[in-house]
Design a protein around this ligand. Structure first.
Ligand code: GTP
Ligand code: MG
Length: 295
């Protein structure tokens, strides 16, 4: 059996989390058109009859202009480059290989493990444009493989899996059957609310918005979930709540549907918004946003 760790690294928004979900056939990591959606390292365990692969999704690496940005880069470097068997370096091929991608490639120069170039979003470009990018890429870095895919449309993702297995060592299963991820169900529930906020409000919702599950009670056929949305400005609270609570209601409704799908049970979801000064756990928030060191 082939076993190993495979990381997904690249600039924000190139489709790392979308690829993780496509490979797992499961909506584990949230995705959105807003850059720096992923804030935590999320492992997803893929399994078939001849392989068990742990895919490691990382935050997008970028030029940081706030403390959270630096923290995200640090998490990506630590978990995306070290201790993995193969690195999948993703680019948005429809935009070409830019300066931000090349910056990350410089960091990868130190890598001793095989690096694949994954040209993502090929559904958004003319097929004849792919070959010139492959040529260009070969001069930039000694990629072991170059694979064009569409993570969103699941184009060529099976080829990726097949090629990947050739590079993984033989070994025993590392995880029990049915194990899916390193993150908790509560974490995923809170993330689903953040995903809907990013989706619905896009750039109006800055990176300081954070969601926490405050209460989670499971009954036989129903789960009660209470999610708190913490913001750092009163003005943001207003935007998120919307006119007569309409925005919050809509976000809650979308999140609840995904939660029900994930849990396979009915969900009773309550969402509410607080500004940071009205929340008891200010420290947790500051640590998460990189504004305070975690001791
Ligand atoms: N057309 C198209 N869109 C894609 C594809 N893959 C991802 N996207 C879209 O690109 C956007 C970003 O996707 P994510 O998966 O959140 O990107 P990411 O690399 O995880 O981003 P960060 O977490 O911010 O680093 C989303 O709107 C996705 O739907 C693809 O193959 N084709
Ligand atoms: Mg992501």
């Amino acid at each position: 059996m082939k076993v190993g760790f495979v990381s997904l690294v690249g600039r924000p928004n190139v489709g790392k989390s979308t690829l993780l979900n496509s490979l797992l056939h499961f909506h584990l990591a949230i995705t959105s058109p807003v850059a720096s959606t992923t804030r935590n390292v999320i492992q997803g365990i893929y399994e078939d009859e001849d392989a068990q692969i742990v895919f490691v999704d990382t935050p997008g690496i970028h030029k940081p202009n706030h403390k959270l940005g630096s923290l995200l880069n640090k998490k990506a470097y630590q978990n995306g480059l070290d201790g993995v068997d193969v690195i999948l370096f993703l680019v948005d091929a429809s935009k070409g290989i830019g300066k931000g991608d090349q910056f990350i490639l410089q960091k990868l120069k130190a890598s001793e493990v095989p690096v694949f170039l994954i040209l993502n979003k090929i559904d958004q470009m003319k097929k004849e444009k792919i070959l010139p990018i492959i040529q260009e890429a070969k001069d930039l870095y000694p990629f072991k493989e170059v694979i064009p895919i569409s993570a969103l449309k699941k184009e060529n993702t099976n080829t990726l899996l097949k090629v990947l297995k050739e590079y993984l060592p033989d070994g025993e299963k590392m995880y029990q059957d049915g194990e899916l991820t390193n993150v908790t169900t509560k974490f995923i529930m809170a993330e689903l609310v953040r995903e809907k906020l990013l989706e619905r409000l896009r750039d109006e919702v800055p990176h300081s918005v954070t969601c926490y599950v405050e209460d989670y009670e499971e009954e036989e056929n129903l789960v009660h979930i209470q999610v708190l949305i913490v913001v750092d400005r009163a003005h943001l609270k207003k935007i998120i709540i919307g006119k007569n609570g309409s925005m919050l209601k809509e976000v809650g409704c979308l999140a609840r549907k995904d939660m029900e799908h994930f849990l396979g049970k009915k969900v009773f979801l309550k969402t509410y918004v607080k500004t940071i000064e009205n929340w008891r756990d200010e420290e947790k928030y500051l640590i998460e946003l990189g504004l305070k060191e975690d001791e």
